[in-house]
Design a protein around this ligand. Structure first.
Ligand code: BGC
Length: 750
């Protein structure tokens, strides 16, 4: 189809019509010109395709499909290839179901454990989120169907999600909330981007030209179309002008009319409408030209794939010699989630699974007993339930309590109000742990929980929301058929109040101020040297690993060079296993406030017992840079940087230093209020000011016969914080204002 030609034959009404959906899930057709409708559908960890009545909240039925592990879990795999494979499977199922675009991945940063949608999001770390998102997109799009990376941008709470304004400075947006989108666009070119419901610094994402056009298209090179989140449009005409191509779902023609009127009134350029239509039709055509509805969809095979993926994601948080279990030993499975696992979250991502496998089913044939322990529906553990659980725990070698958050505790649409597990589950765990010293807790949750009983249990396996085959993966890991290799993609604070956004998360009415700035997750906990329950990047294995022999390609580079970092990763234990080699970069000294360390590379490696492998990373300017608001660009401040290689953000095995020279000089802004200290920190300016400075120091230093408590240091301190203007004021006429002007000119040109 010659798209430009087709558009030239369309009426303005037809073009405006194409800028919104036909219904909940389809774009509009223009039959007389052969333009076909295509279907889009949620997403992200499987298909929620509604054939009948549509809704965006996961209420009405959708087709039977396969629920893969949610993003909270898949991010913890730190495995690009794995998430790519999941994407391929989802892409193939889209082909089978005649879907042009799957609505995902969802990459918003986990700012607080309270966000009701954290289970659907990848990480608190923008680098990890971006890498995993790009791998997912490449996987899906390899099947010739599109993705819609969402929700662009700064949509980090469900509370008042359709009206609140995420207020953050540009550096925070660029360093924390944008990079997952940026990386995905640059590495995987998603066919579509979904803008978020919220406003950013007062302007709705759906009508934000800076966001949708300047940053997304002009800076990052996005080529597809932007669609709105469902119902995110406020001012449709402003949206078209800003770069929002497709409104979803249908506005019943109301907004299409407004577009037509705005063009007729000369308030909106028709060429902008043409461009939006061209973008939408180009993406639709990419699908239609390669549609393969005869693609098979073997759901049983995807069920097994889902189990295999889940087994690579779960994180062994604690293990004091209690795991893996021995298949000959008597084990008590306790807790309703053992029989009816919670494996996905509520809302638009909710999948109608064709089947599920619980841990209890997966353990069939093993000497495993089961007691319910608590009732999810009633949110209670009766005395009788606890007594039965205690008896079962006493009769077994090991007790495994399956705990977690019920659906009502976390979902799209609202935030959590606390970080606790249901009280009845905490009570059950305490009772079981008192009855059997070998107690293990398996957690099913989409976001961190407080663990008041942590010191009383010997093992904790974080299963997250592991998809419909979660039980298979759980049993494989508990019994050591698969060696755990997931690592946390988020920090687990000891308590909710430790979270950096605690004081202001949710905001005041519609004002959600991101006052913690770039200090999100471990960037905050590390800077504060604060204890956490489990740090970002943490994950145990049934074997042990060591990283050593760190080699840098150079000791000194400029920000135009790349640095190659090589490290030896060794399996020092007795079992084969996988580990995640994590690379963090930290600026040793900086004039701007920076985190202690930031993840800038990771690789998942598989090692046989005793085996070692070299792992190599390449770092470029971005690994060392911060966002400079004056330059409106990434900037490297010359100095020494630490390269750390570790098994978590708090378990660094080896480190080294490299000097990086920034090649972009910041413009100098000296004026009469500039203080000596700042001028002296700039070598060129310091040379000019030195004689003056010496004179001033003498003037303020201790003289003969002065009070002995006046020291040289005091004199120097008095001067270093002194503004230049005081040279004039204190010189008793020796230095005039004209001299100061000449001096400032020299300083600014130095
Ligand atoms: C969600 C999106 C989803 C859309 C369609 C919205 O409520 O925020 O993530 O893709 O509905 O179901």
């Amino acid at each position: 189809m010659n798209i430009k030609d087709v558009i030239s034959q369309m009426t303005l009404e037809e073009k405006a019509g194409l800028c919104s959906g036909l219904d909940f899930w389809h774009t509009k057709p223009v039959e007389r010109l052969g333009v076909q409708a295509v279907m889009v559908s949620d997403g992200p960890h499987g298909l929620r395709k509604q054939d009948e009545k549509g809704d965006h909240l996961g209420i009405n039925d959708s087709i039977k499909a396969v629920c893969m592990p949610a993003a909270c879990a898949t991010a913890a795999s730190f495995d690009r290839e794995l998430i790519g494979k999941m994407g391929q499977a989802i892409g193939a199922s889209c082909q089978h179901e005649k879907l042009a675009v799957v609505l995902g991945p969802a990459v918003n940063i986990k700012r607080s454990p309270l966000c009701g949608r954290n289970f659907e999001y990848l990480s608190e770390d923008p680098y990890l989120a971006g890498e995993m998102a790009a791998a997912y997109i490449n996987g899906v799009q390899s099947q010739n169907v599109g993705t819609s990376i969402k929700h662009f941008a700064a949509n980090n709470q469900e509370h008042r999600r359709m009206s609140s304004s995420s207020n953050a400075d540009e550096r925070t947006l660029r360093e924390i909330y944008f990079p997952a989108f940026e990386t995905a666009v640059k590495k995987a070119q998603p066919w579509t981007v979904m803008c978020s419901y919220n406003r950013i610094n007062g302007v709705y994402a759906s009508e934000n030209p800076w966001l949708l056009t300047e940053v997304l298209r002009k800076e990052w090179g996005f080529k597809g179309y932007v669609m709105s989140d469902w119902g995110a449009v406020s001012d449709r005409v402003a949206g078209v002008a800003a770069g929002l191509d497709l409104e979803m779902p249908s506005s019943g023609g109301v907004n299409d009319k407004k577009i037509v009127e705005a063009v007729r009134a000369g308030k909106l350029d028709e060429a902008v409408v043409d461009q939006a239509v061209e973008r939408i039709l180009t993406v639709n055509e990419m699908y239609l030209a390669n549609a393969k509805p005869d693609t098979p969809w073997d759901q049983e095979a995807d069920h097994i794939l889902s189990a295999d993926i889940a087994a690579q994601c779960m994180v062994l948080l604690k293990n004091e010699g209690v795991l893996p279990l021995d298949k000959a030993d008597k084990v008590a499975f306790i807790g309703e989630f053992a029989a009816k696992p919670r494996f996905q979250g509520g809302g638009s991502s909710h999948i109608n699974c064709f089947k599920t496998t619980s841990a209890l089913e997966a353990a069939e044939g093993l000497p495993v007993t089961y007691t319910q322990g608590y009732s999810v529906a009633k949110d209670e553990a009766t005395d009788d339930m606890i007594a039965q659980a205690v008896a079962a725990a006493k009769a077994a070698k090991t007790a495994v309590v399956f705990a977690g958050l019920p659906d009502s505790y976390e979902s799209e649409g609202y935030d959590r109000t606390h970080m606790a597990l249901p009280a009845c589950q905490n009570k059950l765990i305490e009772a079981v742990a008192a009855a059997n010293p070998n107690t293990v807790v398996v957690l099913h949750n989409g976001s961190p929980v407080e663990m008041p009983w942590l010191g009383k249990v010997k093992g904790v396996l974080e299963a997250y929301l592991g998809g419909q085959a979660v039980g298979i993966a759980t049993v494989k890991l508990l019994y050591g058929d698969v060696n755990p290799s997931g690592h946390l993609a988020e920090s687990f604070p000891v308590k909710l109040e430790d979270n950096p956004s605690w004081l202001f998360y949710g905001g005041e009415a519609d004002k959600a101020d991101y006052r913690e700035g770039v200090f999100v997750g471990y960037r905050y906990y590390d800077k504060k040297r604060m204890d956490v329950a489990f740090p970002f990047g943490h994950g145990l294995s049934y074997t042990t690993f060591a990283f050593s022999d760190l080699r840098l390609s150079a000791e000194h580079i400029t920000d135009k060079d790349t640095l190659t970092v090589t490290v030896k990763a060794a399996n020092t234990g007795a079992r084969a296993g996988k580990t995640v080699v994590q690379l963090y970069v930290g600026d040793k000294e900086s004039t701007v406030l920076r985190p202690v360390r930031e993840l800038k590379g990771f690789e998942k490696v598989e090692l046989a017992p005793g085996e070692s492998k070299d792992v190599t990373f390449t770092l470029d300017k971005r690994a060392f840079a911060y966002w400079n608001e004056e330059l409106h660009d990434w900037h490297v401040e010359t100095g020494e940087f630490t390269i750390e290689i570790g098994q978590s953000s708090r378990a660094i095995d080896v480190s080294a230093a490299v000097t990086v020279e920034g090649t972009v000089k910041l413009k100098k802004h000296y004026d009469k209020d500039s203080i000596f200290m700042d001028i002296l920190s700039d070598p060129a300016a310091a040379a000019i000011i030195k004689p003056l400075m010496d004179g001033m120091s003498q003037m303020f230093g201790p003289g003969d016969g002065d009070d002995p408590s006046v020291t040289d240091d005091m004199g120097a301190a008095m001067v270093k914080y002194m503004p230049l203007r005081n040279v004039v004021n204190f010189s008793a006429g020796a230095v005039g204002e004209e001299v100061l002007d000449v001096l400032l000119q020299a300083l600014n040109n130095s």
